[in-house]
Design a protein around this ligand. Structure first.
Ligand code: ZN
Length: 150
């Protein structure tokens, strides 16, 4: 367990320090804002669609290390996926961080994202980890209202 914990921290810290896809996508209509008032995380997510494929995904935001690392890893995970696949990922990620499936069960689908399994023990952190996913989902649906975890 020690090694997994270290790896978990290392990946989270790395993505927090240098988040991937941390930029705006200027030309896409698909974007949404998300807020997690409990922790103070704020995020905007952009997705660019090519037919039903997510050709690009990005975010800008400020918040805790978990929310930022989760958003960073999410943009990497959904890029190149079909919208339906991204929504499946979202569902599986939700199940993982709420402790409804084990990391072993979700490993094949979620890959690196199983590192967030540890947050299931901390309800506040579940919201930090899932904020970006809820926001991406809203971006895909062109939601006008900001997403809030409350
Ligand atoms: Zn947070």
């Amino acid at each position: 367990m020690g090694n997994l914990k270290e790896l978990y921290q290392e990946v989270i810290l790395d993505h927090n320090r240098s988040p991937r896809n941390f930029r705006e996508i200027a030309d896409t209509p698909h974007h949404a804002e998300g807020h997690n008032p409990l922790c103070g995380d704020n995020i905007t997510v952009w997705v660019e669609l090519d037919g039903d494929v997510i050709s690009d995904a990005s975010f800008i935001g400020n918040g805790c290390a978990i929310s930022k690392a989760s958003a960073s890893l999410m943009t990497q995970a959904v890029k190149g996926k079909r919208v339906s696949e991204a929504k499946e990922l979202f569902k599986s990620f939700q199940k993982l961080v709420t402790g409804r499936v084990s990391p072993e069960e979700s490993k094949d689908l979620l890959g690196k994202l199983i590192l967030f399994a540890g947050v299931s023990q901390f309800p506040v952190r579940v919201k930090c980890a899932s904020l970006s996913w809820h926001t991406m989902n809203a971006a895909l649906e062109d939601a006008a209202e900001p997403v809030t975890t409350e």
